[in-house]
Design a protein around this ligand. Structure first.
Ligand SMILES: [Zn+2]
Length: 210
């Protein structure tokens, strides 16, 4: 399938049917991608990191894990991951208040705004609160004393995560615009990400897709 560019600092919402997969490719290696899923049937049901941590029994997620909604129903499978598997499930999406805290003056793009804008663009009702995202490639080491640090991602150029939909979802992705912290690398430079959609064989009439 033709790759889609998720431009640095921007968001995008895509509809995935059951069995559809999407590869999120970290072209430059250190770009964090905030990731949400909203039920395409009932948009009040969203992917829940708290319930996903419970379902898999760990803080992070890794290949083979099931990502579940707040009703504990599977929404996505993390099918494969070529990175070293450092993904964050704890840190909220960046938002205007966070950039104000960091000293930004005037408008600053944010993952929270990207989430809302991307859903609106597809005509999907926007939740009143931005759910906790799955922060793909975000490196948040947890100290033995429970402290959290945000460090540059450990992923490399070309690393990719493949997600597969278990139920019809609207997937929302944001190439995090954080440039005031090392979230997206010590260079503080948000970058483009590549998306590769792979419809399920069922949708394609059984033809294999590349
Ligand atoms: Zn962000």
């Amino acid at each position: 399938m033709t790759p889609i560019t998720l431009a640095a600092r921007t968001g995008r919402a895509l509809r995935l049917g059951v069995g559809d997969s999407i590869a999120i490719v970290n072209l430059f290696g250190q770009q964090v991608v905030d990731t949400w899923a909203v039920s395409a049937v009932d948009p009040t049901r969203v992917l829940s990191m708290a319930h996903t941590r419970m379902a898999n029994g760990r803080l992070a997620v890794e290949a083979g894990d099931t990502l579940v909604g707040s009703d504990r129903e599977p929404m996505l499978i993390l099918e494969s991951d070529t990175s070293e598997g450092h993904h964050d499930t704890l840190i909220p999406a960046c938002d205007p208040a966070r950039y104000l805290q960091l000293g930004a003056v005037g408008h600053h793009d944010s993952c929270a705004a990207n989430f809302r804008d991307a859903l609106q663009e597809l005509g999907v009702p926007v939740p009143s609160q931005v759910p906790q995202p799955l922060n793909l490639f975000m490196n948040v080491p947890v100290g033995t004393d429970g402290t959290l640090r945000i460090e540059p991602p450990m992923s490399r150029p070309g690393d990719r995560v493949m997600l597969r939909a278990v139920q019809p979802v609207v997937l929302v992705l944001s190439a995090c615009p954080q440039d005031l912290a090392p979230t997206n690398g010590a260079h503080h430079a948000p970058r483009d990400v590549e998306l590769r959609l792979q419809p399920s064989h069922d949708h394609a009439g059984g033809r294999p897709l590349s």
